[in-house]
Write a protein that binds this ligand. Sequence first.
Ligand code: H79
Length: 692
Amino acid sequence: MRTMTIRRISILICLLSFVAAQAQETQTVGNKQDDHMKWWREARFGMFIHWGLYSIPAGEWKGSTDHAEWIRTTAQIPLDEYNQLVAKFNPVKFNAEEWVKTAKDAGMKYMVLTSKHHDGFCLFDSKYTDFDVMSTPFSRDILKELSDACRKYDMRICWYHSIMDWHHPDYLPRRDWETTRSSDSADFKRYLEYLKGEVKEIITNYGDISVLWFDGEWESTWSHEYAKQLYDYIRQIDPDIIINNRIDVYRDGMAGLSTNEEALGDFGTPEQEIPENGLPGKDWESCMTLNDHWGFNKFDNNWKSNKDLIYNLVDIASKGGNYLLNVGPTAEGVIPPQSIERLQVIGKWMKANGASIYGTQSSPFKSAKWGKCTQKATADGTRLYLHIFDWPKNNKLTVTNLINEPVRAFILNDPKETPLTITKKSGGIEITLPAVPVDSINSVIVLDIKGAPQVLDTPEFSYRYDAPADKVEIKLISEVKDPKIAIYYTLDGTAPTDKSSILSKPVLAKLPVNFSAIMFYGGRKLGEVNQIALPLSFGRSVTLTNEPSEKYKAAGAVSLTDAAKGSLKFSDGKWLGFEGKDFQATLDFGKKTAIHSASFGYLVSNKSWIFEPVDIKIEYSTDGKEYKPLLSKKFNPAMWKSADAVKHFSDVFPEVNARYVRFTAKNRGTCPEGHPGAGGKAWIFVDEIEVD
Ligand code: H79
């Protein structure tokens, strides 16, 4: 008998319980000195600024054009040559007040400037190095001008300061390609003193500094002990300054959270990503670019749309985080016009809808089909902000899963607060909206309710194939304890009602499965239909001809028929990855079975060297020896420059009786010409074979 793996089940974590005012708790748990985080939690939106010597080459070096703030390393520029940029740094158009006004107009509450990036160049007057702005023709202290301007406009100012330093002689390690920079007399302890000296300068010479944002902490030379020394040193100077978690060594990659109890730092730092489900009990900030680079790159035109940017801001707020959005000014000191245009659109939206972002708490809903939610406690209840990106076609917005008594609803951007009609319906609270959205990107509806939100999550189920019985067992992941809750289900694809079968014990069903369930609360439908469709092949035994790579083997062959499909993230633990090798899997029904369709899932992510197979073949057999063709497809191997995608090859065929179905996907073997990995091994990633 096969059961689903623990990992799979944990993905289906479900709590059929009240998640009352979950967010209110979230915000007060976890940090020792909570008071100093108060302004930061309310601010929600800040500006990141990546600016330095690297802005001069603007992404280009000897013909290659994909560089930015990492250019010294990505283009392997010798130190002497890089140092020549100092004589060229003269941003005559720099105007600190303009920058601050740009941030302010966008609705941002704080600014984080790179006082020093990995290249080691300091944008301020440091007495510890000449590799600073005072050695340039410009010779004006940028930190001074920006912090003065911030104070004038009531904007908080923060510094990004890199721990990694490719310039300082005492910093170790050297880059592997830096063969002429000896490290013989380098002393990392001395570097720590240098770093401390500079940190003291930047937090004492420019008035009140709100955040210290460290980065470049991942090299082997940095340690928790050093982090602690630096941390204690800062705290003794300024007990209230907020410090990010990259001061310490426990960050879990780009996801940005600390993985150790003793990790120092006030907040987690996801980079270029938004956590899927928020991070309950943690303070965090997602930093993201407006295009694809942090520092200015004049070739990068891949600007995010206004809709995506506002969506990200709302998505992050609805999960209880902050959004740190980056600009990369030019060598002249100008924020690119494409950035300004976008910040203005966000600013206009924030001016009308800022109340739904600032000082709000995360959504009480686990997920909602209609959009995103933020909330604030009121004197006698809760104000929910419903963010609608896709206007409902019939102008009726149904808020499901919410038990509370609604009080009133209106459009946030309506100064008269004209009440919208609320109807308590089976299924949820229905709000009648105007015929057209008030905002072309995201209209915010206020819904006031009595008390703290009481949300009843849609029930979730686990399921497994029971081979001896040849049946699937479907059961609730957690028990229903509240007598007001009843769950009804069907097995024939029809919509369940309170006249359908009531769920009181695990359901046994024959494959293929078409299970639908609905929850009633106190005789009223609440929430959405939960559907589980499983193909005839679900849970069947599969054998592999070639083993997948050790690194990407999911739970082995069973992952191919477990109905949990791999996502765009190739490292999600669901994909089987084959390096240079072909994929072949044979599914065994145990006895002759009538089938008429098949599907094969694979990933395309050519930047990660994962390509479409050269061809896919699906065959069947009654004896496991002789195979006859069912479906096949050839791909044009010249067409590999496609966007990342999860793909399915599927088709139907005239019914046959098969005991075995064999899936073969041929690997192209090596990365094609023109690919960065040309000549190296190509990968194919596969997950989920389905037969019906
Ligand atoms: O300043 C911007 C970038 O220049 C900087 N962070 C943002 C805010 C940055 N530096 N490196 N990176 C971004 C990407 C580096 C990723 C890796 Fe690692 C470093 C991969 C392995 C070491 C970080 C630490 C992710 C995994 C471990």
